[in-house]
Design a protein around this ligand. Sequence first.
Ligand SMILES: [Zn+2]
Length: 340
Amino acid sequence: MVVKGTPLTKDPELKKLGKAYDIYFNAADLKKIGEIRRDIFFFRKPFLKREEALQKHKKMIETLKPLYKNIVEARNTYAQHQGHYRNFLEFSLENNGLPPQNLARALKLLDSLIARIHQALPEPKNKGEFYSVLSTPDFIDELTDKRYSLPDYVIEKLENRIPKLKSLLPRIKFEDVDRNKGGFNEAVYDPKTETATIRTWASKDLQNAISMAHEVGHSVAYLGLAKRGLEPKDKPKYWHEQQAIRTELVFINSLPEKLRGAALGGILLQFTEALFEIETYTNPNQDFDMVYAQAFNRCYKDVKQDKNPFYVLMETNISRPCSSVLQGIIHAEELSRILK
Ligand SMILES: [Zn+2]
């Protein structure tokens, strides 16, 4: 959020931040970054092929590393010029409406939560490969490639558990978007028609179903606000994400045991990204490859990495900084009530 009355183009710190972005995206734009990530990490890709892909992209990854750090530093400088913030993390959390003590509290909960999630995880077929630096530990993909009838499967599970959903359903529309063309998961409220539209990837797998449940949570919140004469922007992002994540967890909790475990496993990846961002924005003067490896080691008990440079391929960290932190904190808060 920008201080009111500050024209964007005249803010020198914002200009510097824009420049840091430009340099990064001139080296590789989001499309290219997505291609490289898929080329190395594509699910079910044989391991030798991953090594080959890594060799092919090694130079680019090395190029992106200092450019990524530049963006982090420029974001911090920008935040410091906006007031009392020490870094971009503090700036981002405050502007999203998150009380500062919630971060410290979530970090305290984290290790015991991770241990409890681990109790629910399915066992990977090949632990060595599954937890290698060359794979993204994806328990859902490991367990099932089942396709679902969506959105019906999600609606059916949520309808019985969220009583107000039924009456709102006629005002919620569902649309598919193409991930490979830059489409992302979202729910959008249109005040003219008083409807919410949910856009999710067309894959119809369990991951897609979880995203859909999350977006149903956003939609119910939008429609509830509208009923009270309010708009989405009247509530902070923290509140919105809370509504969405609560619905997402209602769905996850309704799944058969193994699938539920795999779905909870997905949250570990978000904790990893969150820890990485917390560490790097708080102290950019360290080896980011090491910080990323340590974040993985903390979230997955069978991961033992020394260095991991692949944060440069995480589109979310680049285009939506600290959103993993916000979501990670909410997941920690909500899971600490659910997981006993
Ligand atoms: Zn959301």
